[in-house]
Design a protein. Structure first.
Ligand code: NAG
Ligand code: NAG
Ligand code: NAG
Ligand code: NAG
Length: 269
C-alpha cells in the first residue's frame, strides 16, 4: 500500500548513503598499472576526526597500504579538495614503485596533542622509487605552535611536528608540491639517496619560528631544482653526513639562504 513511500524512502537512503560515503573520503583511490589491473578503482572509508572535522587519514592510509603491497607499480590519487588529516605514515618498503598524486589541499590539525608522540605530520619512510607530485598543498597550520614555541630559548624542539619527512627514501622524485606554515621545519630528508626535489614551493610568514625550508641530514645525491622558499629561516640547511647535494635555480627569501651544520643544537634532525 505504501509503495510510493517505500520507493521514496529507498531513494532517500541511497542518496544519503552516497553523501555519507563521499564525506568519508570515498574518493581516495589506488590506480594500478600492470597486467592484472586496468585502472581499477577502490572505494575507501575513514575513521576518526581531526579538530572535530572529518579526517581522511584512515582512507589515505589504507589506500597507501594497498598500493604499497601491490606487485605492480601503482598510483594513489588524493583528489582536488580539502582533506583534514592527522599524522600520516607512508611506510615502506613497498613491493613496486608507488606514485602519490596529491591534487588536494591537505590540512594538519592545529592541536599539538594530536601529534604526540610523533615529530612529524607526514612521513615517507623506507621507500624506493617513490614519486610525490600533483600540485597539491600541505598546510601545517603552524601559527598557534609558533606562538607557543620556545625552543630557541630551551633547545627542546623535538616535539614540534615537521610537515614532511623523507626518511630512508631512495631513487625518488618529489615535484610540484607546496608546503605551507609548518609548525617546525617544512621538509626533513634523512638517510636518503638519489632524491630529486623539483618545483617545490615552501611558504611561511617571516615571523614564524624555526620553520627552515628543507633540512638534509646523512643523505647523498639530493638534487633540488626550481624551489621557491620563503620562511624567514634557512631555505636549505645541511646537517651531518651529507654529500653530493645540488641546489639549482632556487628562489630564497626572506630568509637565511643555505646554511651548513648549524643544526647541532636540535635533537631531531
Ligand atoms: C635515481 O632516481 C631516479 C628517479 O628519480 C631514477 O630514475 C634513477 O635511475 C636513479 N639513479 C640511480 C643511479 O639509481
Ligand atoms: C610547479 O608547481 C605548481 C604547483 O605547486 C604548478 O602549478 C606549476 O605548474 C608547476 N610548474 C611547472 C613548471 O611544472
Ligand atoms: C637535477 O635535476 C634536474 C631536473 O630533473 C636535472 O635537470 C639536473 O641535471 C639534475 N642535476 C644533478 C646534479 O643531478
Ligand atoms: C630558473 O627558474 C625560473 C623560474 O622559476 C625560470 O624562468 C628560469 O628559466 C630558470 N633558469 C634555469 C637556468 O633553469
Amino acid at each position: 500500500m505504501d509503495s510510493k513511500f517505500t520507493i521514496g524512502a529507498v531513494c532517500f537512503m541511497i542518496i544519503w548513503l552516497a553523501l555519507i560515503r563521499k564525506s568519508q573520503g570515498a574518493d581516495i583511490n589506488v590506480i594500478k598499472y600492470g597486467a592484472a589491473y586496468q585502472k581499477k578503482k577502490k572505494k575507501k572509508k575513514n575513521g576518526a576526526k581531526a579538530d572535530g572535522k572529518p579526517d581522511d587519514r584512515q582512507a589515505i592510509t589504507s589506500t597507501w597500504k594497498e598500493a604499497c603491497t601491490s606487485t605492480d607499480p601503482s598510483t594513489v590519487v588524493i583528489p582536488k579538495r580539502k582533506h583534514m588529516v592527522g599524522p600520516l605514515n607512508f611506510q615502506g618498503p613497498c613491493k613496486a614503485s608507488v606514485s602519490i598524486l596529491v591534487q588536494g589541499y591537505m590540512v594538519a590539525p592545529i592541536d599539538l596533542n594530536k601529534f604526540n608522540p610523533q615529530d612529524h605530520w607526514t612521513v615517507f619512510q623506507n621507500i624506493d622509487g617513490l614519486m610525490v607530485s600533483g600540485g597539491g598543498t600541505f598546510d601545517g597550520q603552524g601559527s598557534l605552535a609558533w606562538s607557543q614555541n620556545n625552543c630557541a630559548k630551551t633547545g627542546i624542539c623535538d616535539s614540534l611536528p615537521i610537515n614532511l619527512r623523507f626518511t630512508g627514501v631512495t631513487n625518488s622524485k618529489i615535484q610540484d608540491i607546496t608546503s605551507l606554515n609548518s609548525k617546525s621545519f617544512h621538509m626533513n630528508i634523512l638517510n636518503s639517496k638519489n632524491v630529486t626535489l623539483q618545483n617545490i614551493t615552501i611558504n611561511a610568514p617571516g615571523k614564524s619560528l624555526n620553520t627552515d625550508g628543507i633540512h638534509i641530514g646523512r643523505s647523498s645525491r639530493i638534487n633540488i631544482t626550481h624551489a621557491d622558499i620563503k620562511t624567514g629561516d634557512d631555505c636549505v640547511s645541511l646537517g651531518d653526513g651529507s654529500q653530493q647535494i645540488n641546489v639549482e635555480n632556487m628562489t630564497c627569501g626572506p630568509g637565511h639562504g643555505i646554511s651548513v651544520g648549524s643544526l647541532g643544537k636540535y635533537h631531531n634532525e
